[in-house]
Design a protein around this ligand. Structure first.
Ligand SMILES: NC(=O)c1ccc[n+]([C@@H]2O[C@H](COP(=O)([O-])OP(=O)(O)OC[C@H]3O[C@@H](n4cnc5c(N)ncnc54)[C@H](OP(=O)(O)O)[C@@H]3O)[C@@H](O)[C@H]2O)c1
Length: 257
């Protein structure tokens, strides 16, 4: 059986997606930076499901990271029928708080590696009787978010890219699904250095990574184009569309300054 490849599978939403796919009978290719965590996750999933779980530690902010992942699959004859582009992170606070390189590294993970992996694996996916691409965006894809400006813009890219590519592939066996989670109980806020106000707001609406993963995997197999997880997040995206942009941006600004 072909493999499901999941980036950012060492913890959080990616780990939960990996568990969900293994429970459906998929063998797994797990990608993230932390070899220790990947080794543990692969062992846990193998013990629970008996699926073949291979892993590769790669920093997806590196220039050749996507090629490294692709070559690893080619060299080991791992055929991929499900590509999950989940790895991603934010940098919260004033834009100038982070160096140009720190912003570039984040955009490389959130945008460049996601796009390159999709391009590299697409020919193989198209050779499968059924192929799936699952891209993880964010509720931040639907509006500008001051003090998370570059992150929110990177997630708008993921949503727009996913919708466009989905149309390009409409007559093929490959579908593209974009999931936009809202606050989810993972390490995201720590890595993004979200302040106390943002953490408090997120905690009120936090969904569990397991629930987000379940919605993501179900939506992918139903070949749905775009899903926002949870009723509150759907409502927020609706208001972001309905209300004047400056009002919506001012509300968001108060959470992340
Ligand atoms: N949690 C939320 O509230 C939320 C809301 C909206 C969208 N999202 C999106 O959901 C996705 C998953 O995030 P999460 O919430 O599960 O956060 P998380 O717990 O921090 O997990 C992020 C995953 O991405 C991997 N990763 C981060 N930087 C990487 C790099 N440079 N190279 C390779 N892998 C890297 C991490 O592994 P290593 O650290 O081992 O590399 C980890 O496996 C992200 O795209 C995020 O933007 C999250």
């Amino acid at each position: 059986m072909p493999f499901a490849l999941i980036t950012g599978a060492s913890k959080g939403i990616g780990k939960a997606i990996a568990e969900s796919l293994a429970s459906r009978g998929y063998d797994l290719l797990l990608i993230a930076r932390s070899s220790g965590l990947l080794e543990r996750v692969a062992a846990e999933i193998h013990t629970a499901t008996q699926r073949n779980c291979q892993w590769l530690a790669v920093d997806l902010s590196g220039d050749q990271a996507a090629e490294t992942v692709f070559d690893w699959c080619q060299n080991n004859q791992f055929t991929v029928s499900v590509l999950v582009n989940n790895a991603g992170y934010g940098l919260s606070g004033p834009f100038e708080k982070y160096s140009a390189q720190e912003h570039a590294d984040m955009l490389h993970v959130n945008i460049i590696s996601l796009t390159k992996l999709t391009r590299l694996f697409l020919p193989g996916l198209l050779r499968q009787p059924a192929g799936y691409i699952l891209n993880i965006a964010s509720s931040a894809s639907y509006q500008a978010v001051p003090y998370l400006s570059a992150y929110a813009a990177s997630k708008s890219y993921v949503l727009s890219f996913s919708r466009g590519l989905r149309q390009e592939l409409k007559t093929t066996t490959v579908s593209v699904t974009c999931i936009s989670p809202g606050p989810t109980d993972t390490d995201f806020v720590n890595r993004a250095k979200v302040g106390a106000k943002g953490i408090k707001a997120a905690e009120r609406f936090n969904m569990s990574p397991r629930v987000v993963a379940h919605i993501s995997v179900e939506s992918m197999f139903r070949r749905r184009p775009e899903v926002i997880t949870g009723g509150m997040n759907k409502l927020s995206a609706f208001f972001a569309w309905l209300m004047p942009k400056s009002l919506v941006e001012n509300v968001a600004k108060k959470l992340y300054d």
